[in-house]
Design a protein around this ligand. Structure first.
Ligand code: 475
Length: 833
């Protein structure tokens, strides 16, 4: 059936075009309408959740109008589109962001007030959309915001997990995981029951001859249906509203398998249904770790195949030749998780569309770009050949062919280096054989990028060294990460944003963050510094209240707030931090009351989730809580030291925590943190950082100046030698760290046995993360922090100067670099009305 309305009837549609609200009265009308009709409630039965729901529905209606027009415009202009494929989108809350981006938050605030609600309370009703683990997923979310704000015709593609990252509860000092069932009421998604794709698994490959040509036909063993759910992504101060398409799995052929149903096998047909739904049921909760589970591979193929079908379907509408595909389509692979897209596109072009291999391969490699996010060996994806063979028999054949042609070209170019072939082969000749996804991603892409300068250099000299020789250095590039200033400054810290706007000629800095440099000429302005300090204090009061409400511990907002919030991982070294805290505690205990009076009060704040199977990370959480339990009730210490573990760190908590920090910790072993992005969030919110020379810390230092950051520790070029020395030389532990260990072993913080593995990792097992090597420098640098903080005036000046120099770290800059150097796409200029 033709779905397009014929010309004569279109008049009626045009007459009845929807107009969205623009003022308070219009907004209130929409809220009341939604409360009374959509929600079937009334003013006698309207709580904050109902107010949240109705407000969201009102804004959603508005977004949808813009969203429809954006899609029509993009279809009509038919320029090159960007597709960002990510298994994670860590979006957080949508309402506040929608109100700010659309520019109607004040309208909503006044309207809600008249209707009897405080906007802050209404906004808090929303459940975070937590479809990600950490940095990689949040980066994808920032990128979507920038793509829309900069008017790029772009789509995100991901999975609609029924359960996002688990909720963390702390019970008796231990992490307990609780499922995150978040879809109860989600006004921000639109089910597209008409947009479905059948995805096949298992089965076998048969050869068929069609018109004298032999082609491979993949006969399915199982078919699962992908259903699209669309999430509108509003740009800031532009009508452009892009689309994030998330796929949900269900059994194909409707609700039930009718054959089984009719033959009376009702239970097994329901079981089939449930099995199909498992594919998109849950986000794997590992950060910087791959565990090689079959269901994970199924998720990857399911999502990649549905997305490519959609992309190809859209391309085909314009009836261009296949050679134009890379001129119309750029696909970015967010890490190796979507690497099968390379194989799937080759399969579509060769098996389904009948292109010659070489022609197809040229199209494929011109289309894809691959971003690497980690050098940690345990995070590099590899799949057993047998598993790929079983699940995706045709894809394994194609992978072998890709590898064959690739190795032939390598052999030709490096005839004397036999070992090279073994090293770079996409198939690792191990027991069992493995498919190396990163190598497949490199071979199948035209550009490979790292996410900060050091990281991009490291991948070129370590894990991908051979590929730089093979392809030359130009295939490898750097795009340093960034963050969206809309969410991470304007939304998270409205008062600071307003103060900045008052010195920077209005809100333009939110679209061109380099404008922040206008702040620098006000650094000496006493009144400005005072207001700046007041805002920081107010943000600390807000966090102190949250700490009191959630942990019962009272902290003094005048203390120095020292924050480390991120996933718990040995390489991020929360253990170094807590050992440092114990050292501080012991020093304070050894002082006379008079000496103590001269000390600076400090609150050490931790937050972050441990992967459920990461035992050591869970021990670290337990130690932090055990230290807190002792220190926080020690009357000798009082306000001088408090140790807080904040439960369930997530995006919305980060929005409260970042603005409240004085100093934040980014202390990974040099060479391990690819970039880090919370370092940028903290500095942008007027906090200083203590960090190692790692990831984007290095570029932050270059931008804001060495005197505005507290760097410590060994450099990445020394790490290998130090590790070697630990294992093969004599390994002496730093004497202050040794005292800390002895205190733990005395039982000061509970059963010593609970922490023996953490100590053994340093003392006996080679101290892989260099905790002992960096300990002294870490402690000394914290003393410098204390001294610097005593001079509040200078401290504030450092903060202002730093913020003024943070323009580089907007994700807008980052997206423009991708657009120019990797995607070759241009924004679609829109006339606004
Ligand atoms: C880096 N996640 C940060 C951030 O570029 C960087 C890997 C495998 C399986 C599951 N999750 C992952 C990551 O590798 C990841 O989150 N990497 C992070 O990407 C954005 O800023 O340094 O650790």
């Amino acid at each position: 059936v033709e779905a397009s309305i014929p010309e004569p009837q279109r008049e009626a549609w045009k007459r009845n075009q929807i107009t969205s609200f623009t003022d308070k009265d219009g907004f209130e009308k929409e809220v009341v309408r939604h409360v009374e009709t959509t929600l079937a409630r009334s003013m006698f039965n309207c709580d904050e959740i109902a107010a949240y729901s109705a407000t969201s529905l009102a804004f959603r209606d508005r977004l949808i109008t813009h969203w429809n027009r954006t899609q029509q415009r993009q279809t009509y202009r038919d320029t090159k589109r960007v597709y960002y494929l990510s298994l994670e989108f860590l979006m957080g809350r949508a309402l506040d962001n929608a109100m700010l981006n659309v520019g109607l938050k004040n309208v909503a605030q006044d309207g809600l007030a008249e209707l009897g609600f405080r906007i802050e309370d209404v906004v808090k009703q929303e459940h975070d959309a937590a479809l990600g683990n950490g940095g990689l997923g949040r980066l994808a979310a920032c990128f979507l915001d920038s793509l829309a704000t900069l008017n790029f015709p772009a789509w995100g593609y991901g999975l609609r997990y029924r359960y996002g990252i688990f909720k963390q509860e702390i019970i008796d000092g231990y992490q307990v995981e609780v499922p995150d069932y978040w879809l109860d009421f989600n006004p921000w998604e639109f089910p597209r029951h008409d947009v479905t794709v059948d995805i096949q698994f298992f089965g076998q490959v048969n050869k068929k001859t069609v018109g004298g040509k032999t082609i491979s036909v993949w006969e399915a063993g199982e078919i699962v249906q992908a259903v699209a759910y669309d999430v509108p992504i509003p740009g800031y101060d532009t009508p452009t509203t892009n689309n994030l398409r998330l796929w949900s799995s269900k059994a194909s052929g409707g609700e039930f398998d009718f054959q089984k149903f009719n033959s009376g096998d009702y239970e097994s047909s329901v079981a089939d249904q449930q099995r199909a739904e498992t594919i998109s049921a849950v986000l794997y909760p590992n950060d910087n770790l791959e565990r090689g589970k079959e269901l994970r591979l199924k998720q990857q193929y399911f999502w990649v195949a549905a997305s490519l079908y959609d992309i190809v379907r859209r391309f085909k509408k314009s009836r261009r030749s296949w050679n134009e595909f890379p001129d119309q389509v750029a696909i970015q692979l967010n890490d190796t998780h979507p690497t099968l897209a390379i194989v799937e596109l080759q399969r579509i072009l060769v098996d389904v569309e009948g292109l010659e291999w070489d022609n197809a391969w040229e199209i494929v490699t011109s289309t894809f770009g691959y971003t690497n996010h980690t050098v940690l060996p345990e995070a590099l994806e590899k799949w057993p050949v047998g598993l790929v063979q079983h699940l995706l028999p045709r894809h394994l054949q194609i992978i072998y062919d890709i590898n064959l042609f690739f190795l032939q070209s390598v052999e030709k170019a490096f005839p004397d280096d036999r070992d090279m072939l073994r090293r770079v082969s996409i198939i690792e000749e191990s027991q069992p054989k493995m498919v190396r996804m990163a190598f497949l991603a490199i071979v199948g892409s035209h550009k490979v990028n790292g996410v900060a300068e050091l990281h991009s250099d490291l991948i070129k000299t370590t894990i991908f060294k051979d590929f730089v020789e093979i392809y030359g250095p130009d295939k490898f590039t750097n795009v340093t990460n960034g963050i969206t200033p809309r969410r991470w400054l304007h939304q998270a810290n409205p008062r600071l944003s307003e103060l900045i706007a008052s010195k920077c000629g209005g809100n333009d800095f939110l679209k061109d963050l380099t404008i922040l440099n206008q702040l620098e000429k006000h650094v000496e302005d006493k009144q400005f510094r005072k207001e700046w300090a007041e805002i920081k204090y107010a943000n600390k009061v807000r966090l102190a209240k949250h700490i009191k409400d959630t942990t019962g511990v009272v902290v003094n907002p005048a203390s120095l707030f020292d924050v480390q919030v991120k996933r718990i991982h040995e390489y991020k070294r929360q253990q170094l931090n807590i050992f440092g805290v114990i050292h501080r505690y012991l020093s304070l205990k050894a002082m006379t009351p008079d000496q103590r009076k001269k000390q600076l009060p400090r609150v050490s704040i931790f937050g972050g989730k441990a992967a459920p199977g990461y035992w050591m990370a869970k021990q670290i959480i337990h130690l932090i809580n055990s230290v807190g339990a002792v220190v926080n009730k020690d009357e000798d210490i009082g306000d001088l030291l408090k140790v807080i573990f904040l439960e369930d760190y997530n995006v919305s908590k980060a929005e409260m925590i970042c603005p409240a920090s004085d100093i934040s910790e980014h202390i990974s072993t040099a060479g391990t943190e690819a970039s880090g992005t919370s370092n940028m969030k903290f500095v942008l919110n007027g906090g200083l950082i203590i960090g190692t020379c790692d990831g984007a810390n290095i570029e932050i230092t270059r931008e804001i100046g060495e005197s505005n950051i507290f760097l410590f520790g060994n450099l990445s070029e020394d790490v290998e030698d130090l590790r070697h020395a630990h294992t093969y030389g004599s390994h002496t532990i730093d004497s202050d760290l040794d005292k800390v260990f002895n205190e733990i072993e005395k039982g000061t913080f509970g059963t010593p046995h609970d922490f023996s593995a953490m100590i053994a990792a340093v003392r006996q097992h080679g101290d892989y993360y260099l905790v002992s090597d960096d300990f002294h420098s870490y402690i000394e640098t914290h003393q410098l922090v204390d001294e610097a903080y005593r001079n509040q005036d200078e401290w504030i000046a450092k903060c202002i100067t730093s913020v003024s120099r943070m323009g580089f770290f907007t994700s807008d800059r980052c997206i423009n670099e991708y657009a120019e150097e990797i995607w070759n796409v241009e924004p679609l200029v829109v006339d606004r009305h």
